[in-house]
Write a protein that binds this ligand. Structure first.
Ligand SMILES: N[C@H](CCC[C@H](N)C(=O)O)C(=O)O
Length: 266
């Protein structure tokens, strides 16, 4: 039997598997089956912990469609809290394929993750051809950046008027995004408050997305719509984001929770 921990950040939920001692031999098909909410355990992302010399842990991030992701803000905070509970450390470095992310444990259920610096060039996202990442030709007000994974933020007047289940998948698969993209619909409520709804690449609509919240503050500030620090309210709750002026890193503060633990036969 394989033990798992079911965690979430703002309802963005994860099956966390510990592969530090030995790999489980997961394949995209197995990942899809574990992530299935009816025939499996169910989650927005499947997270594998792996040993990481020089960091506290490496996380491999898989979507419910079996694809890999380079970043996951909510899982980064969740895993940091898990490792902190094991080690008693207050500072945890979570390694991802996109880099090392230093995390600070504020409380057992509240973590700040340094998500690193966004990448703002069209080829970084990536986009299909050279263009201004602040003005994508897919909507009136749309901007893109990479947080280690591709994000587009569409600024809308009223999120309630958006048909996310229709527009989300169309934009995720738009030819402008050769690796697809995570799509955020953002409504500016105040210079320090953004409402955000997410359509995630490979996962669909989720209650929250940490890297999407990072992209929202970066893109909103670049467009002159917000300050560098804001509360991002998503259906699952609030994150506090700061795009730090001194080094350009994005800091994300928010809650983490363990829902339950269990085991299953692979
Ligand atoms: N939920 C995650 C992001 C998952 C991104 C994934 N859907 C991708 O393909 O990049 C977060 O909290 O940042």
């Amino acid at each position: 039997m394989v033990a798992f921990t079911k965690m979430h950040g703002l309802g963005n939920d994860f099956v966390v598997l510990d592969e530090r001692a030995a790999p489980l031999g997961l394949t995209p098909d197995l990942a899809r089956r574990i992530a299935d909410r009816h025939f499996g355990i169910g989650c927005d992302q499947l997270i594998s912990l792996e040993a990481a010399p020089g960091a506290d842990v490496f996380i491999r991030i898989r979507n419910p469609d079996g694809s890999d992701a380079g970043a996951c803000g909510n899982a980064t905070r969740c895993v940091a809290s898990l490792i902190a509970a094991e080690t008693g450390q207050r500072q945890i470095t979570v390694r991802t394929i996109a880099g090392d992310l230093p995390c600070t444990i504020l409380r057992p259920d509240r973590v700040v993750a340094d998500m690193g610096a966004p990448r703002l060039g069209w080829h970084d996202v990536p986009l299909a051809e050279a263009m201004d990442t602040l003005a994508l030709p897919i909507a009136e007000a749309a901007a893109a950046c990479s947080m280690g994974n591709p994000h587009a933020t569409l600024f809308v007047d009223d999120i309630a008027a958006v048909d996310i289940g229709k527009d989300g998948p169309l934009l995720e698969h738009h030819p402008i995004f050769p690796e697809r993209a995570n799509i955020g619909f953002a409504q500016i409520l105040a210079p320090d408050h953004i409402r955000l709804a997410m359509w995630e690449r490979g996962a669909g609509q989720t209650l929250a997305c940490g890297s999407g919240a990072c992209a929202a503050i970066v893109n909103a500030h670049r467009r002159g719509m917000t300050r560098r620090r804001a509360t991002i309210s998503m259906p699952g709750g609030d994150l506090i984001l700061e795009w730090r002026e001194s080094d350009g890193h994005v800091l994300m503060e928010g809650p983490v929770a363990t829902a339950f633990t269990g085991s299953f036969a692979l």
